[in-house]
Design a binder for this molecule. Structure first.
Ligand SMILES: Nc1ncnc2c1ncn2[C@@H]1O[C@H](COP(=O)(O)OP(=O)(O)O)[C@@H](O)[C@H]1O
Ligand SMILES: [Mg+2]
Length: 606
């Protein structure tokens, strides 16, 4: 046994983020250990006799053997309060003073949490309350209905409760059973917050991205992974969802990615108006920044910190979304630490705990009934950047086990500038039936049929497209050529969506449905014409501009419908030129068209 020095415990070894401390008494696994004269935070990751191995979250430059160390005697916790909304934090949820500061290497700028908020009490003194009861509300800029809850595990009569008025971030709002409840309360980041019960997810998260909302929907409370090689559009897609999805609160974790990308997003976010409140959209966003230039190990904590923040809002009966870009950079931090600690590496140098660490993150997604009986949710969307696009590497493989949706980004699509490059062949959603039921209850009974028609058309067009590449398109019969054309119309007129388009960067459900129905009506008419004897070349040479440009130019479902009518009228001229009555179908092959013609005729007649 080493005798503790004058300060008790001392640093004995420093190897990057791995620090060994000797002589810590009463230290437990996962306790926060403060290192050196500046008290750099770290976490006990192994305790062997008198020696504690600490994972340091900040740069350890300047830390030396002999420096003092002490344990905080508690696990890493996140301070949860209304100050989170609109804020930018590091992986340990310390406020960052602003973009320039966190772009400087080695700076962990901390701006004061010394803000004041208005508290409005919701209960009177003397009332019996338990964990999760609303003590009061805080009108926040984001207009989300922020509630101050009795912390989990605490119950008893309300003693004093603060009157309506200003309260500092760290102020006491009430006492419950004699224990003070602060406006800001801490919760250990690795421990899921309790709830009354888990519920099945039954509501789609509307992302505003058509390919997702129409084909691969995620539910509020679901989990999705977004694998894609470098430059396939992961960051752009995730940032679009951050800006436009219909959650109440978005927790965005920039994890190990470029700092300037995040700075650009923050700039854009600051300039965007929230359609709900008319105020800045940033007021409903919490940004956790752990960019590539910041200390690597804070990445490790950052995704759990983000989940904790999201659960904090979930417990108020809100829908929160965690967006992590990228979990591969997070896993790099695990690998880095494992290699320094001499841990026996598992696959590709990752620690054997990689799978359980990923599970611990994605399992925090879910829908719950809160203590007060309202519904809240945490949705998790994580980017994965497999090196060289290798989908069999460990992070991608394990992640797929824990998610219900996969939006797989395709290099060829990105190369062809088809954005978002979500592959229809390589993506899935296991929640389509639940989402279909929700749409049926919300004025869109046709959602499921639309989805299957689009999926079938895309698959069939891909198959025929490969055939045409082999044999030449002229070798195919006209209806099959019409299917290839239909695939192109769906891809270009519906699935492509530019993040830069003023009108189309985000698309609401009604407009998405109108665009899909318009494109499908046009593809139906093309099939009819082909089967009615109009030469395939004549159909292919038609100018489809009105329908292809609808996504960029038609702002409402009515505008889209007008485009559809114009396009159908143009196609009908073809049948007149060929002397074939519109809508006539001379083909007897029942399965050559993916859709029933009668439905299309009714659509066009209406
Ligand atoms: N939805 C989109 N609309 C327009 N351009 C896009 C879109 N998605 C990606 N891009 C283009 O692709 C580039 C790379 O995307 P990015 O999200 O940075 O890739 P990744 O994060 O996968 O490396 C962007 O800079 C942008 O030019
Ligand atoms: Mg990126």
């Amino acid at each position: 046994m080493t005798t503790p020095g004058p300060h008790g415990a001392a640093v004995t070894r420093v190897n990057g983020p791995l620090v060994e401390v000797t002589g810590l008494r009463h230290v437990a696994m996962s306790d926060v250990v403060e290192l050196g004269p500046r008290g750099l935070p770290g976490e006990a990751v192994a305790v062997r006799g008198d020696v504690t191995t600490v994972q340091a979250y900040d740069y350890t430059g300047g830390l030396a053997p002999g420096h003092p160390a002490r344990t905080r005697g508690e696990p890493l916790s996140a301070p949860l309060g209304p100050h989170l909304l609109g804020g930018i934090f590091d992986g340990l949820l310390r406020p960052l003073a602003g973009a320039p500061a966190w772009l400087e290497p080695g700076v962990t700028a901390v701006s004061g949490a010394d803000r004041e908020f208005t508290f409005r009490p919701a209960v009177a003194a003397g009332v019996e309350v338990t964990g999760g009861t609303t003590l009061g509300t805080v009108p926040t800029a984001g207009g989300i209905g922020y509630r101050v809850l009795v912390p989990p595990g605490l119950s008893g009569p309300v003693g004093d409760i603060r009157a309506s008025g200003p309260v500092p971030s760290d102020g006491v709002v009430a006492t419950v059973g004699g224990t003070p409840v602060h406006l800001t309360s801490a919760w250990p980041v690795r421990e899921p917050r309790p709830y009354r019960e888990r519920r099945d997810s039954d509501t789609p998260l509307i992302t505003g991205q058509r390919v997702i909302d129409l084909l691969f929907p995620v539910t509020k409370g679901g989990a999705t992974a977004v694998p894609g090689g470098f430059g396939t559009g992961k960051t752009v897609l995730l940032q679009q969802i951050t800006k436009w999805c219909d959650a109440d609160v978005i927790v965005y974790v920039g994890c190990g990615e470029r700092g300037n990308e995040l700075a650009d997003m923050l700039d854009e976010l600051a300039g965007l108006t929230d359609p709900r409140t008319g105020g800045p959209l940033a007021d409903r966003t919490v940004v956790i920044a752990n960019t590539s230039n910041m200390p690597m190990m804070a990445r490790e904590a950052s995704i759990y910190t983000a989940a904790t923040v999201a659960e904090h809002f979930r417990d108020m009966g809100l829908d929160a979304v965690v967006i992590a870009d990228s979990t591969s950079r997070w896993a790099e931090a695990l690998r880095e630490f494992a290699s320094r600690s001499g841990e026996l590496p598992a696959e590709e140098g990752y620690p054997a705990s990689l799978s359980s660490a990923l599970a611990a993150f994605y399992e925090r997604a879910g829908c719950v009934t809160t203590a007060e009986g309202s519904h809240g949710s945490v949705t998790i969307i994580g980017a994965v950047s497999p090196a060289g696009g290798d989908m069999t590497e460990p992070v991608t493989t394990y992640t797929q086990r824990f998610v219900r949706c996969l939006w797989s980004l395709d290099r060829d699509l990105a190369y062809a500038r088809h954005y978002p490059a979500v592959s229809w062949a390589g993506s899935f959603s296991r929640d389509d039936d639940v989402v279909a039921a929700w749409y049926a209850d919300h004025d869109d009974p046709g959602w499921l049929e639309r989805r299957s028609r689009l999926a079938m058309l895309l698959a069939e067009a891909d198959r025929l497209g490969s055939l045409a590449e082999l044999m030449g398109v002229s070798a195919l019969p006209a209806p099959e050529r019409a299917t290839i054309l239909a695939g192109r119309l769906v891809r270009e007129g519906l699935l492509q969506q530019s993040a830069l388009s003023p009108l189309d960067a985000s698309c609401d459900s009604a407009r998405a449905a109108a665009l899909a129905d318009a494109v499908l009506a046009v593809t139906d008419r093309c099939q009819q014409l082909a089967r009615g004897g109009v030469p395939a070349a004549a159909i292919e040479e038609t100018d489809f501009g009105p329908i292809l440009r609808a996504r960029e130019e038609a702002g409402s479902p009515a505008d889209v419908a007008a485009r559809e009518r114009a396009m159908l009228a143009r196609l009908d001229q073809l049948s007149q030129q060929a002397d074939i009555p519109a809508g006539q179908d001379s083909s007897a092959e029942p399965d050559s068209a993916p859709a029933p013609d009668s439905a299309a005729e009714q659509d066009s007649a209406a």
